[in-house]
Ligand binder design. Structure first.
Ligand SMILES: [Zn+2]
Length: 317
């Protein structure tokens, strides 16, 4: 994982931090480090939270810009997701001016190292240095559309300063994979499945949701939010019958880390099936509306809008 080169001018600022809060900060960093090292990409473990208060200080944090809105003549209010402090909103003074040092680094999707002053109320983004400007995402219409969807979904399902481990890595892995030109549709799908627990949905995928059986034929039940076995088909007449390979695929989407499934090439029909399942869950159980989704649906129905690309051969026949 790339880290910033540390060339931000931190030294002078560091000396201003009073000794006691400096010590507090070290404790916090150790705590978050031990959580990170325990972290797995299995969403079931994502209930881990750090509930220490945000300490009023100057922090150099790694993060990704989710969005920015103009504020006044020359400022921007940016929302970014940081590895160390979770999602936060910060004022970037002067960032609206093209000549500003902050103009480029506050563009959506930018992965960078940020110097943020926190305290009560909104933080201030003092400096920023790009680690990756996500050039492909910026330049490719389809990549932009799916990256916007990923960012909006994560943004909608999280609160400021709520540190849930796992989400930063999910965002990081997803955007980097899209930027490295992996199938953006598949990557967005992985994010949708993996964000279910954050939306409060914990699908039962390791056994029958009704009787606990692990053997037999299975169907996916929206009523039970999970698999039901053939002995229990009567509990939900609308459950969708699935094949053993579809069952395996659903489990993979929910539990396997994105960086380990990046090479998987999915057929369009497989993606449509997986999308139907997860979007029905979001629509029925979570009820969030995403602006970027209607654009994606439009792209899906009018693929001629997209420039032709050399597509890799689909391999999961
Ligand atoms: Zn059963």
């Amino acid at each position: 994982m790339t880290r910033a080169s540390g060339s931000l001018k931190l030294d002078k600022e560091k000396r201003k931090v009073p000794h006691s809060s400096d010590r507090h900060k070290v404790v916090y960093e150790e705590a978050s480090f031990s959580l990170l090292s325990k972290m797995t990409c299995d969403p079931r473990s994502w209930h881990l939270k750090l509930d220490k208060e945000v300490i009023a200080s100057l922090n150099k944090w790694e993060g990704i810009i989710l969005r920015g809105i103009p504020y006044g003549e020359s400022n921007k209010i940016v929302t970014l997701f940081t590895r160390e402090g979770g999602k936060m909103t910060a004022m970037a003074r002067g960032a609206k001016k093209p000549a500003s040092r902050l103009a480029a680094v506050t563009q959506p999707f930018t992965h960078g190292s940020f110097l943020i002053r926190t305290g009560r109320g909104m933080g201030t983004l003092e400096q920023g240095e790009p680690i990756d400007s996500m050039r492909h995402i910026r330049e490719d219409l389809e990549a932009t559309a799916y990256a916007s969807y990923v960012v909006e979904l994560i943004d909608k399902l999280t609160e400021d300063n709520e540190r849930i481990s796992g989400i930063y890595s999910l965002l990081y892995e997803a955007l980097h994979a899209i930027n490295e030109q992996y199938d953006p549709e598949a990557i967005a799908l992985f994010v949708e499945w993996k964000m279910l627990p954050i939306a409060g949905i914990h699908p039962i995928l390791h056994q029958c949701a009704n009787c606990g059986a692990t053997e037999g034929e299975f169907a996916f039940s929206f009523m039970q939010i999970g698999f039901i076995c053939h002995r229990c088909f009567h509990v939900d007449k609308h459950a969708i019958r699935i094949s053993p390979s579809q069952l395996k695929l659903i489990r993979t989407f929910y539990t396997v880390p994105i960086n380990r499934v990046g090479n998987l090439t999915l057929k369009k029909t497989t993606k449509i099936f997986m999308k139907k399942l997860v979007r029905t869950i979001y629509d029925e159980q979570v009820g969030i509306r995403l602006k970027s989704r209607s654009f994606l649906d439009q792209l899906d129905s009018t693929p001629e809008l997209l420039p032709r690309k050399e597509k890799p051969k689909e391999s999961d026949e």
